[in-house]
Design a binder for this molecule. Sequence first.
Ligand SMILES: [Zn+2]
Length: 269
Amino acid sequence: MELIDIGCNLTHDTFDHDRQAVIERAREAGIVQMVITGASEEGSTGALQLARDFPGELFATAGVHPHHAIDYTDATDRLLRDLAQEDEVVAVGETGLDYFRDFSPRDVQRNVFRRQLQIGVDSGKPLFLHMRDAHEDFYAILREYRDQLAQVVVHCFTGSREELHQYIELDCHIGITGWICDERRGTHMKEFLEEIPINRLMLETDAPYLKPRNLRPRVKSHRNEPCWLAWIAGTVAAVRHEHPDFIAEQTTRNARAFFNLPDAEKGSG
Ligand SMILES: [Zn+2]
């Protein structure tokens, strides 16, 4: 099984002491390529650096998460525009709206979301988007820009069936995380996971967050790792009544086309 983790926060400091081992474990688990999420100025620069250390295997996004929208300046905008020109930076984001935490004021979030969508328009790179409890505003803004954008993924989708179908109608891809493995919060999605067209589906861990709660054998650490992407793929396959190999093959193909990734090198690592 070959998988691509389209969203992992490998620059997070919980990986500082064993990042190399985490990458090795991912390789052994069949994760052939990973896209490192950039969620701040520092994080985006770090993600590019990490991608350069593992050419052909790790890639980066460059963006500012809605939590940090309040820190977004003209200098940030210039930096993200520069980063978007780099070959290893395969998407703009993560950007979007998060009204669940409201760490930045909502009007600031909307403005910063628009500025990064414009970077997507100008650079022609795909968009890696975050939405939580903000569907109405998020959808309205995205729709304004959609025609001018390349590919768009709504990452870590946790919304409703109606929201899902609105994004699919906007020609978005959908990123599914271990949220689907959560028997407390993920159950509603099991009812409509099958309605995601197979060519729109991609998988991600969002590590170190969202460790699959149904993981067996149990793992003590709270930290999520890209090596558990196969478990998420298995859960998605079971819910959709499809073979895990089919899910792996399709989502890997989707991710490679979406981010314009090269073929993975056989037998590396
Ligand atoms: Zn996110």
